[in-house]
Design a protein. Structure first.
Length: 164
């Protein structure tokens, strides 16, 4: 965000969600309550100062969360989200691997959240084909904030929200 402030503003202006991923990319379940909240609040304040936007989505680094992390995030007004389809794009196996891994994933379905990384070597090369194939299969893309339950839910071990 600090290196590309205009990009952050453009992402928000284009109608996309801005979410918090923490200040230092630590394993959040290993932090104290105070440290956990500090990791979120620092980023929140920077985004708020830059854009005026109050973020409310949090994706823990490494997918490392527990009730402690979720509770601390909720106390700061955040919904903790998780993916249920991992592209493994960070392993740099190639664009075709990303496409086939996602499109053939056993958890792919309505409500799926796909994990991809903006800095992975082949992700950008895979996106056009990946999006086209998913749309051809009948899927649509929505902001995470439109997808998630905000009340009366729990998350299962696969990272999916289950309505209570």
């Amino acid at each position: 965000m600090e290196a590309y402030p205009d990009d952050v503003k453009a992402i928000l202006a284009d109608g996309h969600d801005l979410g918090n991923h923490s200040e230092n990319h630590k394993n959040m379940s290993q932090l104290s309550d105070e440290q956990c909240k500090e990791e979120l609040q620092k980023v929140h304040d920077k985004v708020k100062n830059l854009t005026g936007y109050d973020m409310f989505l949090f994706r823990p680094p490494y997918g490392d969360y527990d009730n402690h992390v979720i509770t601390n995030a909720r106390e700061l007004g955040y919904y903790t989200i998780q993916w249920d389809v991992d592209s493994l794009d960070w392993k740099d196996y190639g664009a075709n691997d990303i496409i086939e891994r996602v499109c053939g994933h056993k958890h792919l379905g309505n409500g799926t959240i796909i994990l991809c990384h903006n800095g992975a070597k082949y992700t950008a090369d895979a996106l056009d084909t990946l999006i086209t194939r998913l749309k051809e299969a009948g899927y649509t893309f929505v902001p995470v904030s439109d997808l998630i339950y905000k009340n009366n839910y729990h998350m299962n071990s696969e990272g999916r929200q289950i309505q209570d």
